[in-house]
Structures are given as structure tokens and as C-alpha cells.
Design a protein around this ligand. Sequence first.
Ligand SMILES: Nc1ncnc2c1ncn2[C@@H]1O[C@H](COP(=O)(O)OP(=O)(O)O)[C@@H](O)[C@H]1O
Ligand SMILES: [Mg+2]
Length: 246
Amino acid sequence: MLYVELFFAPVQQLSQVFDGYQQAVIGLGRLRGLMRTPTTTPQAGEPIVLDRLQGGIVFDDVHFAYESGKGEALRGVALRIEPGETVALVGQTGAGKSTVLKLLARFYDPTDGAVRIDGIDTRSLDLASFRQRLGVVPQEPHLFGATVRDAVAYGRPDATDAEVEAASRAVGAPQMVSRLALGYLQPIGEHGRNLSAGQRQLLALARAELVDPDILLLDEATASLDLATEERVRLATENLSRRRTG
Ligand SMILES: Nc1ncnc2c1ncn2[C@@H]1O[C@H](COP(=O)(O)OP(=O)(O)O)[C@@H](O)[C@H]1O
Ligand SMILES: [Mg+2]
């Protein structure tokens, strides 16, 4: 019996190694597939790099369908927003509010018509430098699993602690942070799992504030906040949006 056991233990170990190996191969295959997927928003041949945006936004008869052949999410949207102006889109769920913001940030290109920033078609802009001038707070913000401080500093990892705190103060987040046991050093868990939806939104707002964007896009960014917090955020963003397009 002893010899039989001595013989089978390594065989069993070997099967575990093989199992791990197969999982790694599958993971690598998926990763390669993802990296090879062509982007639907290709970089222009000679992209235009803008250091600062004025913030003028024009939607010129924009049509957009998520899948070709299926119904259009946007049908002939015309919109003109002057630099420094703050505009709110109001509509039913599914009306296309988020879609307008996604086209503005060039997560998608319109199927017809054009989106222009400062008179330039977004398809001609250098994507990386353009996005750097945008502050986007999506409906469901994505946070990476790190500390509160790192989550806020995501857009500017070199920011000092003082800058992170100033950005948090600007959106009224310090009260929320001070209630966490470890404050700014509190780990937020993967996707911010350890936080409430409202706390995640506050961090996403502070994150957008820190990069000091020229255009601020808020997609129902205060929907999960309580009334008192929402009022604080509203007052804070009102002060901030005076010098940018929102
Ligand atoms: N990723 C997607 N793929 C396919 N259809 C989508 C996607 N996102 C939104 N839609 C559709 O586009 C329409 C507009 O959605 P959306 O812009 O999210 O509305 P809102 O933000 O105003 O609630 C809806 O009919 C929705 O079903
Ligand atoms: Mg939406």
C-alpha cells in the first residue's frame, strides 16, 4: 500500500500542474483575442493634437446605431453648446442620454453625421490627448481595486496628497472619507465593492475633478447620492463648472 501511495501522489500532482497549465493557455488565448480586436474608433492618419479645449460642442445631424441593421439609438440629433455653457439632457430611461455622452467622449463614432469639438470632427482628433481634457463620470463608474487615494488619483497618478484632498473637498467627499476607518488609505476592493453606490459616485466625481478637465460629462452622476450629499455636490460643481463646458 505504501508503494502504491508513493507512486500515485506524484501522478496526482502532475494532473494539478496540467490543470493549471490549461487554464493559463485559455487565459492567454483570450487575452490575445482581446489585444487583436480592432478598435471601432481608429486613430486618424494625421491626428490633431489640442493642448486645451475651448469646449464648443456641435452635434451635426448625428445618427447612431449600436448594431448595424438594428434600430437607431440616436436619430438626427442636432446640438450646439457654446464654450463654458452648462447643458442638462432630460429624458426617459433609454432615450439616448448616455449614448450622446458616449459619442461625445468618442467611445463610439456616429453612423452618420458628425460630432465636432471646437469645430473639429472628433474623428480627426488625437484620441489620447483629447480624452485627457475630458472629465467623464459614467452612470456606473468603474473603480480599480486600490485605496481611496489611488482611486481618486487615477487620472493623475503623480498628484500629491494635498491635491487629492483638494479634489475631494471640491465635490464634498471628505465627510464620506472621514467615516471610513482608514480614511484615504482604505482599500476599496475590486470595482469598489466595499463602498456604497453613492460613495463610488463621489470618488468618481473627485477623480474627474482632479484632472481639471475642459469638458465635464456627468451621466446621472448624482443618482445614487442622498439628498444632502447631492446638494453639496451640486453647489460644489456649480462653482467649478463656471470655467468649463458641462
Ligand atoms: N451597449 C449597447 N448595445 C446595444 N444597445 C444599447 C447599448 N447601450 C444602450 N443601448 C440602447 O440605446 C438606447 C439608448 O440608451 P441610453 O443612451 O443608455 O439611454 P439613457 O441613458 O437615456 O437611459 C436604448 O434603447 C438602449 O437599449
Ligand atoms: Mg443613461
